[in-house]
Design a protein around this ligand. Sequence first.
Ligand code: ADP
Ligand code: MG
Length: 729
Amino acid sequence: MSNVRFRALDATNGRIPVKITPPSVKVSDYFATNVFTKEAMFKFLPKNAFNAVMSAIETGEKIDRKIAGEIAHGMKEWAISKGATHYTHWFQPLTGATAEKHDSFFDISNDNSFEHFSGSSLVQQEPDASSFPSGGIRNTFEARGYTAWDPGSPAFIIESPNGRTLCIPTIYVSYTGETLDYKAPLLKALHTLNEVAVPVAQYFDKDITRVSTTLGIEQEYFLVDTSLFYARPDLAITGRTVFGHSPAKGQQLEDHYFGSIPDRVNAFMNDFEIEAYKLGIPLKTRHNEVAPCQFECAPIFEEINLAVDHNQLLMDLMDKVARRHHFKVLFHEKPYAGINGSGKHNNWSMVTNTGKNLLSPGGNPKSNLMFLTFFINTIKAVHEHADLLRASIASAANDHRLGANEAPPAIMSVFLGAQLSSILDNIEKKVGSSKMSVEDKTALKLNIGKIPEILLDNTDRNRTSPFAFTGNKFEFRAVGSSANCSNSMAILNTIVADQLRKFRKEVDALIKKNVKKDEAILRVLRQYIVETKSIRFEGNGYSEEWVKEAKKRGLSNHQTTPVALDAMISKKSLKLFEDNHIFTHREAEARHEIMLETYIKKIEIESRVIGDLAQNHIIPAAFRYQNFLAETVDNLKDCDLKAETYSTQLQLIKEISAHVNAIKKNVDAMLASRDKGNKIADIRDKAIFYCDKVKVFFTTIREHVDALEMIIDDEIWPMVKYRELVTIR
Ligand code: ADP
Ligand code: MG
């Protein structure tokens, strides 16, 4: 039993849970100890510098360069007191991973050596980062891009066995000022949303001077033993298995969901939670997910920019900590065919400086009208820009998951719940363009006043909707598990901001015509309720009927990334981006190009892996078994036995040949198709070609490989099997 598979399986025997010792029993004793928190700043910064950072965080005010020097000094002193020797700007280029380039605090001048960190090093850096994707904005001759400090997300210290590094969250822009990362568009969207949401909120409460967004990210992931992971080149290279017959027992019994967590996994969870707490990431829940070896963790929600940074950091941490436990974390949206994939539910809401959650119904009609305003405008925004929202979650990996009877479909719809649906229906019926009677108004207001009581009923949930209202927030469930949430969240905040601006214009126009404010608001909301009906869906989003029904309603259903991405650069979207100062045309087009390029590369890599594994691993194993069968037949023939004695062997020999021939034929055809695709100049055409004319071979090749897995002697089969991958020892 010398094959890689059995050596890997042997290695997983005798794994024991790693013993974890937290720094203290109470998390509050060590929470955020590696973060340059408000308290740490207060201690290490002079008063004026502290105040400058605070107002930058609270009101987005710019920090004076002179003061930046004082902040840098204090930050360095704090970092050194924590044992840091290096610093780095920490940013999120469009590769999807986070990036860092470390510099030492150590410096020499006038024959003196000392530890130094200047204001300019804090505020801006120029990483020679010519190979980050830029969609043609920044050619490599002019390889200058800048990272610029984001004071809204606090600096933190990353510990590794051999040292500590101060990390400073930054945005990343090109020399000419175009954004090249995930963070900058999100910050721009938040800025715009605040600008337009405040005056709308002030219809109801003049004390509101700031609106920000909150986000709680539920992160799903799979765990697999490192030895098994590396014995599967497809997993190691592409993050998913391209072959593998379904195990006899998968998730049919649903016994894994919320089941007891295996000890080794529990140790891993404890370990990364401790590391996360030190970095101020407020993890709250952990549990088994539906699929075997699938898990989820979720933090307490935070301000959105911080929540996204924390999620990116968390994925890094989980990956690092997993090594200590001989685990590999799979963030891929669909590591295993036939088994549920992973998502990243984005729980999103808006909150005011007065502490009011704008998507939480209040105790009286007035605050409920405010709730309905933000609630209905969000629905309207999704209705107007459903295609763009779909584009914001598009990726080669997420294509496997969306609409696969386990994840929301690629059709964007909104779930409200029975109670809110009826309240909206009520408004539609009662608010006319003619003046309402006093009685009607009272009835309506009373109904609005009843909302909170009704919403306490938590059973009114729909887990099949991509965009579901869950009592005091919307949950965008279609985001992929490996995604940087900035992408979809920048879009969501932008479309809501754009919508609120239009809403205000319409309401103000009515007020100018002497319509009372509340009535003006209700009238516009009523009109939105009528206009957005097609996007509301309360039924089963996984069903075939919904696909048909959605088509009748005229909703888009873009199944694949290359086509879904069109919405990034549609006329409507380009105008939206420009009106809200998110992307210039050039930036949007560059981003679109990068996404298409990434898509093509991913499919190309998968195609190579499939070709390689099929020809160098699978076919040789098939021949070995076939040869064994042929020899058996020969031997039996020598014994002068009747032909029926070896008829099964003969039958298997024929079946193996048929599958092997089909594999070879399809791999050859796939390679030829790829060659053809690589000659296409237009990037969108090329991506569509890869989707329709290269990816199609994956399924056919897989069917034959998986059929062989069922025929060939288990002792010979070279690839770790599904039943082995999804079992934790
Ligand atoms: P589930 O959807 O599984 O029932 P929860 O209700 O616990 O889970 O919430 C899931 C996530 O939503 C958590 O991260 C939680 O902190 C977050 N959340 C709760 N309220 C808000 C809010 N107002 N804004 C953003 N996220 C929120
Ligand atoms: Mg949830």
